[in-house]
Design a protein around this ligand. Structure first.
Ligand SMILES: Nc1nc2c(ncn2[C@@H]2O[C@H](COP(=O)(O)OP(=O)(O)OP(=O)(O)O)[C@@H](O)[C@H]2O)c(=O)[nH]1
Ligand SMILES: [Mg+2]
Length: 316
């Protein structure tokens, strides 16, 4: 129990035989249950977990019959927490990259009722650039920007951090069977939380690398898969939040922003082709391209501003 609320930690695991023991043994005392979800590991992870269960009654093991990916493993753990009426469910990876000392700070905003969901942000510490591998740092920065646009949580950064706490109300509001099953899961959750108007807190946590973990992320691949996921989620959120459940004219601003954006690309292409073929650019073509560019940027920036305003009450 933490501040009189039950706490369950969901631990997704895939081939973590060298790491899982440390994650379980260093778990803070106030955690009531550790739901370890094995995602059909090929090594001795399950054997290790079963051995730990003998001495530690807090450990619950869920074994997947097929490999689902980290998002699928977290969804299984969340469903256990929801069905067992846990007040708060934490996610800590099975690879030991989450510092248990950071847990109270993450639990506080949710336990105090200030936020429905809190997530770790590794970028606040000032050590992020030196500790996080460079390619991951920039990839994360790019995905964080896309996640702000897609989710409407403009104040939230480090979108790929998986160290999170969710409360019972949010656990029950989201359909975990429809959750994205692979590395885009934290991004998917943020969009779903925004549509339900849940409050999210960003809490500084320590970036942990080189503790024996083996990452499964191929950054050049996930940039595209998560980028595409976020594009789809953005359109879904616009439809759900500003057309179906409520209405806001910012959807027209985004629509015109995109429309003029496509026109801008086509008009600039035309300008370059004319210049290549004839050696000069007719003034009217250049003006049309510029007008289109200015309209596109104005409409998009205003749409973002309206979105920021519409979500300002969800900021903690
Ligand atoms: N790679 C991988 N990990 C899984 C899978 N299912 C569950 N996991 C667990 O998900 C957690 C995160 O996986 P990682 O590949 O380390 O990703 P990450 O820690 O978010 O990213 P890094 O910063 O690159 O380490 C680990 O605890 C894995 O054991 C799966 O299908 N593949
Ligand atoms: Mg990892």
């Amino acid at each position: 129990m933490y501040k009189n609320k039950t706490v369950c930690v969901v631990i997704p695991c895939y081939n973590e035989e060298t790491q899982i023991e440390k994650v379980i043994t260093t778990m803070p005392e106030h955690v009531d249950h550790m739901v370890v979800v094995d995602d059909l590991s090929k090594d001795r992870t399950v054997e290790k977990i079963k051995k730990m269960q003998e001495n530690n009654k807090k450990v619950v093991l869920i074994e997947h019959k097929t490999n689902q990916g980290v998002g699928g493993a977290i969804a299984s753990g969340y469903k256990w927490a929801r069905d067992n009426e846990m007040d708060m469910a934490v996610v800590m990876a099975g690879d030991g990259q989450m510092n248990p000392d950071d847990l109270p700070a993450l639990l506080d905003p949710v336990a105090d009722g200030i936020a429905d969901y809190s997530k770790g942000n590794r970028l606040f510490t000032g050590e992020a650039f030196s500790k996080i591998p460079t390619i991951r740092y920039f990839g994360n920065g790019f995905l964080s920007l896309l996640t702000k646009i897609a989710s409407g949580y403009w104040n939230i950064a480090d979108s790929q951090s998986g160290y999170t706490v969710i409360n019972k109300k949010a656990l029950k509001a989201i359909d975990w069977d429809l959750m994205y099953k692979r590395y885009g899961q934290p991004n998917d959750v943020l969009v779903k939380l925004n549509v339900e108007n849940f409050k999210v807190a960003d809490v500084p946590v320590e970036p942990v690398y080189n503790v024996g973990e083996k990452s499964g992320i191929k950054i050049h691949k996930v940039i595209f898969t998560i980028g595409w996921l976020l594009t789809k989620l953005f359109f879904w959120r616009m439809k759900e939040k500003y057309i179906i459940r409520d209405f806001h004219p910012l959807v027209f601003f985004y629509f015109l922003g995109f429309g003029f954006g496509i026109c801008t690309v086509l008009l600039f292409l035309r300008v370059f082709v004319m210049w290549y073929l004839t050696g000069h650019i007719p003034a009217v073509n250049a003006l049309a391209a510029m007008f289109s560019f200015m309209s596109s940027s104005q409409f998009s920036l205003f749409a973002m501003w309206f979105d920021m305003e519409a979500n300002k009450d969800l900021k903690v």
